[in-house]
Design a protein around this ligand. Structure first.
Ligand SMILES: Nc1ncnc2c1ncn2[C@@H]1O[C@H](COP(=O)(O)OP(=O)(O)OP(=O)(O)O)[C@@H](O)[C@H]1O
Length: 760
């Protein structure tokens, strides 16, 4: 085997040069060569190599995802080093990429190749790397995309001649393996699972509570001793020793309780951080479920997390941690006062029973307040963001009326809720005092009978308060629990909502999507009771074709486009992209390759730069300006004093509707997808800009599949095929000219049949 052959396996060279197959590596750098600029191509190649390796190891690691990370790292390194050595991506960098993907990696000097080393990346003497899959007695097998089965066999002596002896090895971590093989039923609950993760803190809190509660007995014992032993003997020294002991116990108890609340606070913060991150992830990753989930519901559910957080703070957990010690105190009372303990037990039961009895009423109240609050927050949102429409359409009166109704309702319900909570707390306090009195009365009778000392009564009095105090707090906690449970239920709906990226699935990875569509027996409806919004037996769109979708308002154009973009899933039937059901493709690959420009381009608060580059991966301002020029915003932005730093205000204000549409175009240009789905993409542009854009698009759309819903004539000229929708059905399908000619023909009762897809 020649050097050329070994080089032919080198993925770096192949990818850097952009060729599909292997190609000899470029001349090695010589001393005196000018410093090379940052070389994202090389980084790309290394990232792809790492990706291939990860795929061999079974990790779901797409080249493009790590590539994005890598390019970013290279960009940052280039910025730091002034562009010098950043292009050199060494084995350490590849190891870093694999670590980014959550794998554990090491670089080893193994000297000679041996079967036990592989799969691993082998560093060759030239500095290049190859992915060695396995080795038998005669050959090593190298990953090479240009060969059948992606594998090339190389005799060991030939390989050894160019092998530097270094390898980069990666393994899935135990956690990843566990994740991969975990049964879906054993997945932890989003909230309680986060609690379980902090169980160590809870065990420590429980241990602290035990000691603190034992120390709490000190005051009762102090009184017992003082009344029964010190006072009768007038022993001053004992008094002070006992007092000192009691002071110490109090100080220790306080220190322990402070430590306990500190610990709880820390655990609480960790839980909150994990849960909030998870909830936001789920919210962002939710499948679109049009007509099934009101945004205001989601909004108020997320806001309600505040009440959950407040509930699970140190005071609640402290109360709960103290509950088991009630039995310890009761045992102590029994040892001092014998049967008198039943008075305390009865008091304890009486204190908490109403709390449980009122739960149902509390739940009903919570539900109605939450409903009103959700509606109020939607109304508030509309009153603020749709202020102009309300003002010009004189809609304020309606808003005011509904607002008043909702405020009255929620004020009445929450006042009832507060009343109930107050009843529960006051009842608990009253029962606690009554129990004390009954205990003292019973104790007094025992003193009369000579069974008790005065010190015992005082000690029992103190112990009664200590025993029952956590129960008073428990009643207050029970009153709040219904609120928290309702909030948790709302959040449960978010955490359990169907996700675009289902963690239990292994999706098909596609570095590039060609863009041929096939729709089979599609049915889609927003309202399960209503007739189908879309009913399409079959459409095929070959890769690279440009299709215009026409139709009256409400005929289903946008819905069809959203199905093609993978935003909605059909209720029945299948949408195949490159011959594969869209649901099987990895959502990230889909989003990268399928560009969607909706009717209404939304902006987010931040700078214009942030808005253009929502992925935050674009480091090159020249590309941002090229995108802006493409979209026709160049002159405006170049003349603007703030340029790309132009501020977009809360609610996306800061640009005109047409300019917003141009931003949508610029985003699409930056995304550079192989499939473009455009919904009325020039509706807001002026004629000059539309004409310029259309002329640029003619070139840009080459090689891309495009489906464009439009009412505008200029954009039609870009397409070769026209579909006309009528009430969700394809009424006409054929070559553009034929369809347009058919449409412009005067209608006769027995019109010629419309061109069909077969006419393509
Ligand atoms: N989010 C939604 N929830 C419920 N029904 C919807 C929703 N979006 C659209 N519809 C209904 O589906 C039908 C098709 O709407 P679609 O937006 O696809 O029409 P279109 O052809 O794009 O109209 P236009 O030309 O006005 O944009 C309409 O009758 C509409 O009422």
């Amino acid at each position: 085997m020649s050097t050329d052959r070994i080089i032919a396996f080198d993925i770096n060279a192949a990818q850097v040069s952009g060729a599909a197959g292997g190609r000899p590596m470029s001349r090695p750098a010589r001393a005196g060569d000018a410093p090379r600029p940052a070389d994202p191509g090389r980084a790309r190649a290394r990232a792809e190599l790492a990706s291939a390796y990860a795929a061999v190891l079974g990790a779901e690691l797409p080249a493009t995802d790590i590539l994005e990370q890598m390019l970013r790292a290279v960009g940052e390194a280039a910025a730091l080093t002034g562009g010098g050595a950043a292009g050199e991506v060494r084995p350490e960098h590849v190891a870093a990429i694999l670590r980014v993907a959550g794998m554990s990696t090491e670089i080893e000097d193994v000297g000679r190749p041996a079967p036990g080393h592989w799969p691993a990346l082998a560093v060759m003497t030239s500095g290049q790397m190859v992915l060695v899959l396995r080795q038998d007695r005669e050959s090593v097998f190298i990953h090479d995309r240009s060969c059948p089965d992606n594998t090339t066999e190389v005799p060991i002596p030939e390989f050894e001649a160019y092998f530097s002896g270094r390898i980069v090895r990666a393994h899935s971590t135990l956690r990843q393996i566990e994740e991969r093989h975990r049964l879906s039923e054993t997945r932890e609950h989003w909230f309680w699972g986060a609690f379980r993760a902090q169980r160590r803190a809870f065990v420590e809190v429980a241990a602290g509570s035990l000691v603190a509660n034992v120390l709490a007995v000190a005051v009762a014992l102090f009184s017992l001793q003082v009344y029964d032993r010190v006072i009768p003997h007038q022993s001053e020294a004992t008094l002070w020793v006992l007092a000192l002991g009691a002071f110490l116990a109090i100080a220790l108890e306080m220190a322990l309780k402070l430590a306990r609340s500190g610990l709880m606070d820390l655990a609480g913060r960790r839980i909150e951080l994990n849960v909030q991150t998870l909830l936001m992830d789920r919210l962002l990753g939710m499948k679109a479920a049009p007509g099934q989930r009101a945004p205001s519901q989601l909004f108020s559910a997320m806001r309600e997390f505040g009440s959950v957080r407040e509930f699970f703070t140190a005071s609640t957990i402290g109360t709960l941690a103290d509950i088991p010690f009630i039995f310890v105190f009761l045992a102590l009372v029994a040892s001092i006062g014998g049967n008198l303990v039943w008075v305390l037990a009865a008091g304890a039961v009486l204190m908490v029973v109403p709390g449980f009895l009122f739960q149902k009423r509390m739940v009903a109240l919570t539900q109605s307040t939450q409903g009103a609050q959700a509606r109020a927050s939607r109304l508030l949102h509309e009153a603020i963001y749709e202020h102009e429409t309300l003002a010009t359409q004189r809609g304020q009166e309606r808003v005011r009326r509904i607002w008043e109704e909702l405020t009255t309702l929620s004020a009445a319900k929450s006042s009832e809720q507060r009343k109930l909570a107050a009843i529960l707390t006051n009842w608990a306090q009253a029962v606690q005092q009554a129990t004390y009195i009954v205990a003292v009365v019973v104790g007094a009778y025992k003193v009369f009978a000579g069974e008790f000392t005065v010190g015992s009564i005082i000690a029992i009095g103190i112990l009664t308060s200590r025993t029952l105090a956590p129960l008073t707090q428990l009643s207050a906690t029970l009153a709040r629990w219904t609120n928290v449970r309702a909030a948790l239920d709302g959040l449960d709906a978010i955490a359990a909502a169907d996700q675009v990226h289902d963690e239990d699935r292994r999706y098909l990875r596609a570095e590039r999507i060609g863009g041929s569509y096939e729709l089979r027996n599609i049915e889609f409806r927003y309202d399960p009771e209503a007739a189908a919004t879309l009913d399409i037996p079959g459409i095929a769109i070959p890769a690279g074709q440009r299709v215009a979708v026409l139709g009256a308002n409400g005929s289903g154009k946008s819905t069809l486009l959203k199905l093609l973009a993978g935003i909605y899933e059909p209720e029945a039937g299948r949408v195949l992209l490159d011959g594969v059901d869209m649901g099987q493709l990895h959502p990230r690959d889909l989003r990268r390759s399928v560009g969607y420009l909706g009717q209404d381009v939304r902006l987010f608060s931040g700078s214009l730069r942030d808005n253009l580059d929502l992925t935050q991966l674009e480091r090159d301002d020249r590309r941002l300006f090229a995108a802006i020029d493409f979209a026709g915003l160049g002159p405006f932005l170049r003349n603007h004093p703030r340029g790309l730093d132009l501020e977009i205000r809360d609610g996306g204000e800061g640009l005109s509707v047409g300019q917003r549409q141009s931003i949508g175009w610029a985003r699409l240009w930056l995304q550079d997808p192989s499939v473009v789905i455009l919904d009325e993409p020039t509706a807001a542009l002026d004629t000059t800009l539309e004409t310029t854009l259309v002329s640029r698009l003619d070139d840009w759309l080459k090689g891309r599949t495009a489906v464009i819903a439009t009412h505008r004539v200029p954009i039609l000229s870009l397409t070769s095929r026209t579909l006309i929708l009528q009430a969700g059905r394809v009424a006409v399908d054929g070559p553009r000219e034929a369809v347009l000619a058919h449409l412009s023909r005067p209608r006769a009762p027995s019109a010629a049949p419309a061109p069909s897809a077969a006419a393509q």
